[in-house]
Write a protein that binds this ligand. Structure first.
Ligand SMILES: CC(C)(COP(=O)(O)OP(=O)(O)OC[C@H]1O[C@@H](n2cnc3c(N)ncnc32)[C@H](O)[C@@H]1OP(=O)(O)O)[C@@H](O)C(=O)NCCC(=O)NCCS
Length: 165
């Protein structure tokens, strides 16, 4: 059974997520060196499946952007292809009211597959795809001017080292 364990910033458990980001094969290639993402988290979860730690999900508010969250997620290689990411996306969607943006590299087929299954594509920029997890709120997202805010946020002149790998 799948379970999301909420990790608070002061918790030693946060170290487990950091280790997954920095050391886990298949995950470190995407998140190594991105410890700053943990420092700007709204929520960090360890993903448990049948009492095994199988991955993490991190909802990040990049810098001062509080209008929506960006999702970082990693599933350990041994547990992939079983629909775990898809189930986590569905769960996150149900427990969060703010829009959640999934940023993937255009060539990250597995991530694009899981993002597309639940969410919808907003745009592609600088070899990255941006998806809205709450697909059914797409019109509201546009009407609220969030797409413009997202574009503005991505265009900001900022230190990319802290935002993108
Ligand atoms: C992206 C990621 C989270 C997906 O995790 P997952 O639990 O395997 O995803 P799911 O099982 O829900 O499957 C997602 C899709 O990938 C496919 N897939 C997963 N592993 C696969 C494999 N080894 N071979 C072929 N297809 C595979 C699934 O079949 C599914 O595709 P479908 O929707 O067309 O059926 C995982 O690959 C990962 O941790 N990647 C490294 C970190 C990363 O890139 N994160 C995304 C950026 S936030």
């Amino acid at each position: 059974m799948l379970k999301l364990v909420d990790v608070t910033p002061s918790d030693d458990e946060l170290l487990k997520v950091r280790i997954m980001m920095y050391e886990e094969p298949g995950i470190r290639e995407v998140f190594n060196g991105r410890g700053d993402r943990l420092a700007t988290s709204h929520k960090v979860y360890i993903i448990m499946n049948d009492n095994q730690e199988v991955g993490f999900a991190n909802l990040v508010f990049e810098k001062q952007n509080y209008d929506f969250y960006f999702l970082d997620m990693g599933i350990k290689e041994n547990y992939r292809g079983k629909g775990i990411a898809t189930e986590v996306l569905q769960t996150l969607k149900n427990i969060n009211s703010k829009p959640i943006i999934i940023e993937t590299r255009e060539n990250n087929t597995l991530a694009n597959c899981s993002a597309e299954r639940i969410g919808c594509m907003l745009m592609s920029k600088d070899n990255k795809n941006y998806y809205l997890l709450q697909r059914e709120h797409y019109n509201e997202f546009i009407d609220n001017g969030y797409l413009d805010k997202l574009t503005e946020h991505l265009n900001e002149d900022k230190d990319k080292r802290f935002l993108y790998k």
